[in-house]
Design a protein around this ligand. Sequence first.
Ligand code: NYM
Length: 232
Amino acid sequence: NKESSSSRGALIVLEGLDRCGKTSQSGRLYKYLEEQGHSVESWRFPDRNTGVGQMISSYLANQSQLDDHAIHLLFSANRWEKRVSLVHWIDLFVSELYLSIPVSLMEEKLKSGTTLIVDRYSYSGVAFSYAKGLDIGWCKAPEIGLLAPDLVVYLDISPEKAAERGGYGDERYEQLEFQKKVAGSYLALRDSSWKVIDATLSIEDIEKKLREVVLDCMKACHKGKPLSQLWP
Ligand code: NYM
């Protein structure tokens, strides 16, 4: 129908410390929205599938060393490369036939009505680098002009509680002392528009609260709330 074809999807971002439960909640939310018949995709940053993403992945696995500023810019570049398509068609050479397949990135998806649930975004970028001691203004600068989320949900857990959950892997940053600094960074970044959910509630209670704020936000976007850019 006319209304739904002209309405856009919502850009929903989930943030929080490592082990706060973001990834499982985004999976549950995705499943729910899809079952309700919404056009929805589940994204995450870093996106390790691109060339830049592979450099990030090897840095996180301690397989390469990079200056703190350099890795910060790579995380940001990884978001920029997913913002908007440079070319709308990619040519694939398959047994002497050229096939064209459309490539649609963040902006096109939202404009065509797809809601994106994104596990980490610019706030992670700033929070982790600021926790290392970089200047916060410098950290925010490369994110200027990226699409601003319509909703940021912060899954709130203390670093100590998150550490108790176990399962910190071997990746960089997954240590209690550093996570305490990251928690401080998030506090500095948070504003009143963020929806903060207590991440120590039961999985079902978190899921319920998350659905409520997300559905409200999707309604506002359907009604014509314009897309905007960082930092508002
Ligand atoms: N991280 C993630 C950053 O330091 N900057 C960023 O911009 C983003 C998106 O990467 N510990 C950090 C946070 C995580 C790590 O993320 C890997 P995940 O969600 O564990 O794949």
